[in-house]
Design a protein around this ligand. Structure first.
Ligand code: FES
Length: 305
């Protein structure tokens, strides 16, 4: 359902001994529209800022850097978004279109078509909980003719999903189990979860990429973490890290070819007195030395054999 709203006549700019009268409509809430609205609002005019999308900011919010200074786009635009939404003289009309403009310069009446949002923006916290409760689905259905390839990954994923009764609410637990089984989240498994739980792939991917505990890249059976916090650093953590890199023939952040080890760094494990400290999976190994690193790798490699 959409709502159509008549705005009061937009009288032109008129200065009457510092008393501003009338209102201004700015169409398009990109960076230019936002800046124009703020300047006009700061001058004392009532501003109606109309945007066809549900949110303001436009393309600039999607950019990483701005040319030619390479400044961070969001750092520039974010304060303006906040200011615009809080300015007493700015009324935001998002998710709206201009339907009709009548009048002449200095006296316009504009008809704005406000599209239904189905949520109350004043109450929305962006938690996305409503998406799971919403009875209306806009998911793209995968045609039945497109069969997902059956692999060991999809087969195991099916078993994990069945363990939780195929409930959407168990998504995190399902992802955890898949990660424990494969040491990362294979794309085939994510697609299978999406189909079985009837959640969009974007939603599954969003959850999987949000939590640091989940990895979308293959990881080793054992995760070696070298603490690079200050206390460990001054006790030679850099030397230990380099020794692990040399022994495993990988760089930090990489996984060995046999998928046995992944090497990572962390900042302070809360056991500074034992530094330099290394963890392998859940185990802590304090006062680490280059010789100790070799023994540690040997021990876990032998276990595999
Ligand atoms: S700095 Fe390494 S445990 Fe605190």
């Amino acid at each position: 359902m959409t709502k159509t709203r008549f705005l009061p006549g937009l009288h032109g700019f008129e200065n009457m001994e510092n008393n501003k009268v009338g209102a201004v409509m700015v169409v398009g809430a990109g960076i230019a529209g936002i800046q124009a609205s703020l300047d006009l609002a700061d001058s004392g005019y009532k501003v109606y800022l109309v945007e066809k999308d549900p949110s303001i900011g436009g393309v600039m919010t999607q950019l990483d850097k701005t040319f030619p200074t390479n400044d961070c786009s969001m750092c520039i635009v974010s304060p303006k978004l906040v200011e615009c939404s809080r300015h007493a003289n700015v009324e935001l009309l998002t998710y709206s279109d201009i339907e009709k403009v009548q009048g002449e310069a200095g006296h316009f009446t504009i008809r704005v078509n406000k599209k239904a949002r189905s949520v109350d923006p004043a109450k929305c916290t962006g938690c996305r909980e409503c998406m799971t409760a919403c009875p209306v689905s806009k998911r793209i259905q995968i045609p039945e003719t497109i069969e997902q390839e059956e692999t060991e990954e999809t087969h195991i994923t099916d078993q994990i999903i069945a363990k939780y009764g195929g409930k959407k609410q168990a998504l995190i637990m399902i992802l955890q189990d898949v990660q424990n089984r494969f040491h990362y989240l294979p794309e085939a498994a994510l697609r299978r979860i999406s189909t079985r739980l009837e959640l969009s792939f974007a939603e599954i991917y969003g959850t999987a990429s949000f939590y640091k505990a989940f990895s979308l890249e293959p990881r080793g059976q054992h995760i070696i973490q070298v603490c690079m916090g200050t206390a460990c650093h001054v006790r030679g953590a850099q030397r230990i890290l380099e020794e692990f890199e040399r022994l495993l023939s990988i760089n930090t952040g990489q996984t060995t070819e046999d998928r046995l080890f992944t090497l990572e760094t962390v900042n302070c494990l809360g056991a500074c007195a034992l530094g330099p400290i290394v963890t392998v999976d859940e185990g802590y190994h304090g006062n680490m030395t280059p010789g100790g690193a070799a023994k540690l790798i040997d021990r876990y490699a032998k276990n595999k054999r």
